[in-house]
Design a protein around this ligand. Structure first.
Ligand code: ADP
Ligand code: MG
Length: 690
């Protein structure tokens, strides 16, 4: 089975195992056990007393069976165990009161709304209560009975009134108040209250969950059993049982995720026809001599890691994380060089045409000198059929390109190495597709450094090299937040710098709804404004994603050659562009971008030896936005910024869609590094068959 097929296979059959030792055996057993029909598969329509409408709402959330419903975990909890005496109730606070309903009447208001009014009393006093639009209470509440009441105390027309409290009879099984109360995602018209009582009604089924986790692991890690965890995640009697339940379920979630990664890795590594790449030392030496600089320690270390991976006869799966400007391209080029010299081909995929061309222009002459044929493949340019033919015949050694590289028509004679630059810009599927020709070595590169534990979740199947050192002589980029009233001064100062020979970028804000046309409109307007105004008489250029590639090309070329002094651009400029003479980066609407992206923009300047500057112009000053931008003025390492961004915004927002490989964790937290490590170790043990 080709490796990629088996990767996909493993992805969709995450419980099928490859080795046969004890753990694994136990796993297989439990897998087959859990395949047997279980009470948990009972359809909800057979057990819930509810309406068709509610059943179909559940169904649209993918909840069909008892199992599904029990696995719909609360999103939060409110602690309503402490009740307040009426005399101690606080205005505007949520108060939980245990009291007797001493009077109650339902009437119809003038606008047709039902209004329930009554009095609640306890030993310390009494308080008026009011409910709007809850006619059913008439049939539920009994004057003289005792209830839990939980809600807000408001000041209304000269008196304090208990406003629409939740109400529930005092008994052993209180669900909605007087306890730690689970709160569910309320979608599709399903309320938390409704979910709570329905989940409670099937809670006794939780004992049917068979524990897939071998008892040995459970005992070793001190985890509670699955049935306990499921029932206590919904209705915990106290904090400690909730914590135990959460830990168990989080562990499971992380563990199965890691298990999937470990198996993918094993399957990839077990690929039979993996290529052994011998080091081409003389060629590397010759390549480096021509560079005009020597490699940093971190570059060297990374290169050695790559070469030793590729020499081992096991397909490489490595991710290089290195800050903007840390010099990843040359490492990729050296890796490519070795592969071609061993008689195999290299595909080098980048996210934008601008970047493909830049890499190609830089690398092609160097490769040519060493007898390596390099080509570029981007959509809509040149005679593609000729390139396809030459790739198939093996004439081309290194092909650099965009998504065009993963088109159906592209075939290689013998792909030895797939390189994915700025890999966070590609989806998992795209990366896989590039590597689907034979069993090539796989090298991914990213300038979006992410914290270690997060990397374990996102790139669980990859080995990681870190280039944590910038080439010598780089100056820290001076970064400032510019208030609107200082804008004119900023323009004047930039103008002076440009007149004395520097170049600048102006990045236009992200348009909210990712509407490409609106984006183009805004960048054009900004271009005209600057061209007629602050930068009148200077050569101002415009770059955006809707231009043809020839247009983009010629603009980039003019900027590189210094014919354009100010380049007004959308975020297409973000990735990888390298113009040493550019020293000023001005970012409009800066608060709309993530820190990682801002850091990428900033990395476009400071590439030569000159002092460089980054100006952040927020379109809106919010405390949260300014705090984030302040982080950028103080921190210059992408790793530090990644940590800050993660703690401020959470991983989903930073790294974008699910496509980017960030799994949607249902219960586990990205911040729980202890559990992440633990689950990884365990998964590794299982897959290694210990
Ligand atoms: P990134 O890691 O962001 O992809 P690049 O590979 O584009 O960075 O490198 C940024 C710049 O630094 C390039 O101009 C490159 O030639 C230069 N460079 C790379 N390595 C070194 C080094 N060891 N010493 C000096 N300059 C270097
Ligand atoms: Mg790069």
């Amino acid at each position: 089975m080709p490796v990629v097929v088996s990767l996909v296979y493993l992805l969709s059959h995450e419980r099928i195992l490859t080795s046969s030792k004890t753990f694994v055996f136990l796993f297989k057993m439990s897998f087959f056990c859990s395949m047997l029909m279980s009470m948990l598969d009972t359809k909800l329509k057979e057990v819930l007393s509810t309406t068709k409408k509610h059943l179909s709402m559940l169904s649209s959330l993918g909840i069909e069976t008892v199992r599904d419903l029990l696995l719909y975990y609360p999103r939060a909890y409110t602690d309503e165990r402490e009740s307040t005496q009426i005399i101690d109730m606080k205005l505007a606070d949520t108060n939980v009161v245990q009291g007797r309903l001493t009077s109650f009447k339902m009437r119809k208001g003038r606008n047709g709304m039902y209004i329930g009014e009554g009095i609640i009393s306890d030993d310390t006093g009494s308080i008026p209560v009011i409910w709007f639009n809850q006619k059913y209470l008439e049939g539920v509440l009994r004057i003289g009975s005792r209830y839990y009441f939980s809600g807000k105390l408001k000041y209304d027309r000269g008196r304090s009134v208990f406003h629409g409290p939740k109400v529930e009879p005092i008994s052993e099984d209180v669900l909605h108040t007087g306890r730690i109360v689970p709160v569910y995602h309320e979608t599709m018209g399903l309320t938390s209250k409704w979910l709570r009582s329905k989940i409670y009604s099937v809670l006794h089924y939780s004992k049917e969950f068979s524990d897939d986790l071998p008892a040995a692991i459970r005992t070793e890690l001190g985890l509670v059993e699955l049935p306990y965890a499921i029932s206590h995640i919904h209705f915990p009697p106290d904090e400690s049982s909730l914590e135990k339940a959460r830990r168990r379920l989080s562990f499971d979630e992380l563990f199965y995720l890691q298990l999937k990664y470990m198996r993918m890795r094993k399957a990839w590594r077990d690929g039979s026809n993996s290529l052994v790449i011998e080091r081409a030392d003389d060629d590397m030496k010759s390549f480096v001599e021509k560079l005009g600089f020597s490699l940093t320690q971190a570059q060297r270390r990374t290169l050695i890691e790559i070469l030793s991976d590729m020499g081992r006869g096991v397909p490489m799966l490595r991710l290089v994380q290195g800050d903007v400007g840390s010099g990843k391209t040359v490492i990729a080029a050296l890796a490519a060089l070795n592969v071609v010299k061993n008689g195999y081909q290299v595909a080098f995929m980048v996210p934008t045409e601008v970047l493909a061309k830049q890499h190609f222009q830089k690398l092609q002459p160097q490769f040519e000198r060493l007898g390596i044929t390099a080509e570029i493949l981007v959509s809509g340019v040149g005679d593609k059929q000729a390139i396809y033919d030459r790739l198939k015949s093996g004439e081309i050694g290194v092909v650099i390109g965009t998504h065009a590289l993963i088109q159906e028509k592209v075939e290689f004679q013998n792909l030895g190495l797939a390189i994915v630059d700025e890999q966070h810009r590609f989806g998992v599927e795209q990366r896989k597709k590039l590597a689907s020709h034979g069993t090539p070595h796989l090298l991914s590169m990213t300038a979006t450094p992410i914290p270690r534990t997060l990397a374990m979740i996102v790139y669980g199947d990859l080995d990681i090299s870190i280039i944590d050192e910038l080439p010598p002589g780089r100056k820290e980029i001076i970064t400032r937040i510019v208030e609107d009233k200082k804008r004119v001064d900023a323009y004047r100062w930039i103008r002076e710098q440009i007149e004395s020979g520097d170049q600048a970028y102006v990045i236009c804000p992200l348009v909210d709804d990712s509407d490409a046309l609106a984006e183009v409109k805004s960048v054009k307007a900004e271009f005209e404004r600057l061209n007629e105004g602050a930068f009148k008489g200077l050569a101002v250029g415009l770059l955006h994603g809707k231009m043809s590639s020839q247009e983009k090309d010629s603009i980039m070329k003019s900027f590189k050659d210094g014919d354009i002094k100010v380049l007004v651009s959308t975020s297409v400029i973000e990735v990888g562009v390298d113009v040493a003479n550019a020293t000023i980066m001005m970012i409009e609407g800066a608060e709309r971008f993530g820190l990682a992206q801002l850091h990428q923009f900033r990395g476009r300047v400071g590439r030569g030896g000159k002092q460089s500057y980054c100006f952040l112009l927020p379109s809106k000053f919010t405390p949260e936005g300014v705090t984030r931008l302040m982080a950028l003025t103080r921190h210059h390492s992408g790793f530090d910024l990644a940590d800050i961004d993660l703690s401020m915004r959470g991983p989903g927002e930073i790294y974008g869609t699910r496509q980017s490989g960030i799994p949607d964790l249902k219960i586990a937290s990205f911040a729980d590094s202890e559990l992440i490590k633990l689950s990884r170790d365990m998964a590794m043990r299982v897959v290694e068959g210990q």
